[in-house]
Design a protein around this ligand. Structure first.
Ligand code: UT7
Length: 324
């Protein structure tokens, strides 16, 4: 028998009202046509004044706990992936811990930008499998609107704010791919691409927060290759054929990237969960947002085999194969 991290609940939070491409075109030199054709994005959500990453994270986490049907006091680990913490320190995870009323265990943030959720899931899964935690909250939460340069149309139309969370609980499995829970995780980074997608500020470098800067075409090119590689790697590690997958839950950055990745996997697009159209790129929140939507509307059912994959600044990338 082996210890597996079962996913026993998920939740999400999108702030305020949707902001459409037409709304954005009022303040930025862009158009609905350009954004839809190049990205598939139609609208995104943006936090209101004073609203923070932890506000969204707490709501998503509470919903995940409610769906799991367990009290927050049972949580002994919180791993929160974010690039937009409330403050430079402490970790946003400890604020979430306190606001959920959790007074034991430990909580910390993980920084892997758009790959953040896959990284946080891998970290939490390892703690659970080693027996150092039993019930973990894995949260992806970001308020990218706070670090966008609203004068830069090549980036500001792409991102949105949101949060998503899953609850993991230790459970005994047979050690086969028939087990429910996290079957494997695969992480990578290559820091040679630091400035292809980065923020031009930071406490140590500039003592400012800075703004998102991106070489979109370079990121696009790498995204399709790296995502296909890490998806194939997850399948190979578990001796699974693409045809056995029930769902692909990819990072939601660009519909064209999702289409290209599905094509390389020989997976029909109908088996990819797509939510980028209505929340844009929410960075670490995008996978749990898509997952929560597909679980909520009954697409993802108990026992389904789900492949998650993401790529982001760093570059970082990775995948996770999960039986729901
Ligand atoms: O989460 C992981 C990180 N992010 C990603 O995965 C994003 C990866 N990259 C992409 O998704 C795409 O590269 C973008 C959507 C960012 C850009 O699409 P593209 O097809 O690579 O466009 P481009 O950068 O080559 O720009 C094409 C044209 C340019 O005009 P010229 O030079 O051809 O006259 C841009 O100035 O589109 C122009 N443009 C815009 N026009 C209207 C750029 N942004 C906009 C805009 N509205 N918002």
């Amino acid at each position: 028998m082996v210890v597996r991290s079962l996913m026993i609940g998920c939740g999400s939070c999108l702030p305020g009202q949707p902001v459409s491409n037409h709304d954005l075109a009022q303040r930025v030199d862009t158009s609905d046509d350009w954004i839809v054709q190049r990205t598939g994005i139609r609208s995104r959500h943006i936090v209101g004044e004073g609203e923070t990453t932890s506000d969204l994270a707490v709501k998503a986490a509470q919903q995940a706990l409610d769906q799991a049907g367990i009290p927050a006091s049972r949580v002994d680990l919180i791993v929160l992936a974010t690039t937009t913490p409330d403050h430079t320190f402490p970790a946003t995870a400890v604020k979430v811990q306190a606001r959920l009323g959790v007074t034991s265990g430990f909580a910390f943030d993980v920084q892997a930008v758009c790959s953040g959720f896959v990284y946080a899931l891998a970290v939490a899964d390892n703690f659970v499998r080693l027996g150092q935690a039993r019930t973990a909250l894995v949260i992806g939460a970001d308020t990218f609107s706070r670090i966008l340069d609203w004068e830069d149309r090549t980036t500001c139309v792409l991102f949105g704010d949101g949060a998503g969370a899953v609850v993991l609980e230790a459970s005994e499995g047979a050690g086969t791919v028939a087990d429910r829970g996290v079957l494997s995780t695969h992480l990578h980074s290559d820091g040679r691409h630091y400035e292809a997608l980065w923020v031009d500020g930071g406490p140590s470098a500039t003592q400012t927060t800075g703004h998102v800067r991106m070489n979109g075409q370079e990121v696009f090119r790498h995204a399709v290759s790296r995502l296909s590689e890490t998806a194939a790697e997850a399948l190979k590690a578990n001796e699974i054929e693409p045809g056995q997958l029930d769902w692909l839950v990819p990072h939601q950055a660009n519909l064209r990237i999702i289409e290209a990745t599905a094509r390389k996997l020989h997976l029909p697009l109908e088996r990819a969960v797509i939510s980028v159209d209505h929340h844009g790129n929410t960075s670490a929140a995008s996978i749990p947002l898509a997952l929560t939507e597909a679980v909520g509307d009954g697409r993802i059912k108990r026992g389904d085999l789900v492949l998650m994959e993401a790529m982001g600044g760093g570059f970082t990338w990775g995948s996770a194969l999960v039986r729901w």
